[in-house]
Design a protein around this ligand. Sequence first.
Ligand code: NAD
Length: 507
Amino acid sequence: MTEQSVLSTPTGAASPPTRLMLIGGDWVEAADGGWREITSPARRGSVLARVPRGDAADVDRAVAAAREAFPAWRDQHFTARQRLLLRIADALEDRAEELARVTAADTGNALRTQARPEAALLVDLFRYFGGVAGEVKGTTLPAGASQLQYTRQEPLGVVGAILPWNSPLMIAGFKVPAALAAGNTLVLKAAEDAPLSILLLAEVCQDVLPPGVLNVVTGTGRAAGAALVDHPGVDKVSFTGSTEVGRGIASRAGERLAHVSLELGGKNPSIVFPGEVSDELVDGLVASSRITRQGQSCTAGSRLYLHRDVHDEVLARLTDRLGALRVGDPLDEASDIGAVINETQFDSIRDYLEEGLATMRAELGGLPPTSGPLAEGFFHVPTLFSGGDNAFRLAREEIFGPVVVAIPWTDVDDVVRMANDSAYGLAAYVWSKDVDEAITTAHRLEAGWVQVNQGGGQVVGQSYGGYKQSGLGREVSLEGMIAGFTQTKQVNVRLGHGPTPTTRTGT
Ligand code: NAD
């Protein structure tokens, strides 16, 4: 691995730095010698680095390395794994600024508002899962003096983890330390457009972990991703990405009866009840909208249901607040909002904006700038539409851009019906100072994660995952780790010359 930072490469340098994949403890090129260029979201055409274009042959090598490393990793006392995960957490903390800067460069997420908190969360996740490694416990049945009947939570084996580009370090933090703490080994497939922070994470882990315990493959979803999903040596596929791709992955993994978990898309309702329109509320709505991450978040509260009593005031205050956010170079400390990942996303968001401008009122924002510094990259501006209807495409589909659609309501049953009238069910937000009303509503919403009077991101140890088309399985928590990365083995032992248990029959 070259030591040269992707961040220090002069613009227009003859050749971009090269990053390699980690397989079996070695930094390697793709078997067929193919490369992919990783470009900057903030400057069209600017190449940050090139990475191997891994495919089925590379996945095969990585799975073989993970399989070889598995028995020794699994068979250790949990404190051995714990020690290494905690050492990684410390090493990641030492390099948090570098991780954040690389994240800002390849994802386009603003350094100050997004990339630094993401690197900090990654550290916390390694510490959390390292800390709870000893909680992967079984149970003992009170089966009498002559029987020992207990369960063991055993690792699944090799986990194939597939990452999206929107917050690669955070999502890797949901999967890697949890799978490792439970005794699995891993092959990680980085997102094709944002693999650089994941390769840096791999570099930190490689200094600490035995070879083959964590392998990282770069390449496209169609080649490297699909090969991982189909590989018979992969016991579990842990996927985060779009619902469309997730559905295909679940069906392919299902063909060979591999374990699978899916963290997918969201179109998340945010319900504001009547009451004081405080700064706290407006700040919370800004946070939950994830507009400072260009709306590229599966938990973005992008359907904003405003009670008619507060509708106009919230819109006005939110417009002011969002309008004051600064869009700019992700690596600039002054930027609140960076760039969207690539041209495809940029164009897709613009299509939604054109439709929104034709059907609703833009309180703020609209089409992206076509001149000036922002036109040099994939920059969209915060956009708030009012006059929306639940049936509109912009209120139903995941835009993955800095776009919020406000919809008025008066009756609580109506707003709950509208909020639940979605194929998705990932996150939801309820804003009310009436505790009874807030909690009752939270319980009625079909979402895996509901926040009341706050809009921040996931916190270590919480349960996280989707209802409906937003996914299967849970992550981030101890329970999620046990359910997602272990399997239960029951062991029944006859002790001494005791009687065998009275059973009716065996299956
Ligand atoms: P994507 O589904 O296009 O790609 C995700 C990953 O899957 C990438 O690594 C890609 O290379 C790989 N992939 C693509 N096709 C594949 C195939 N046929 N087989 C195997 N792997 C394949 O998603 P994206 O555009 O990178 O990310 C945005 C999406 O991710 C959004 O829908 C967002 O809501 C979702 N997301 C969900 C969560 C969550 O926790 N629920 C978190 C972040 C992002």
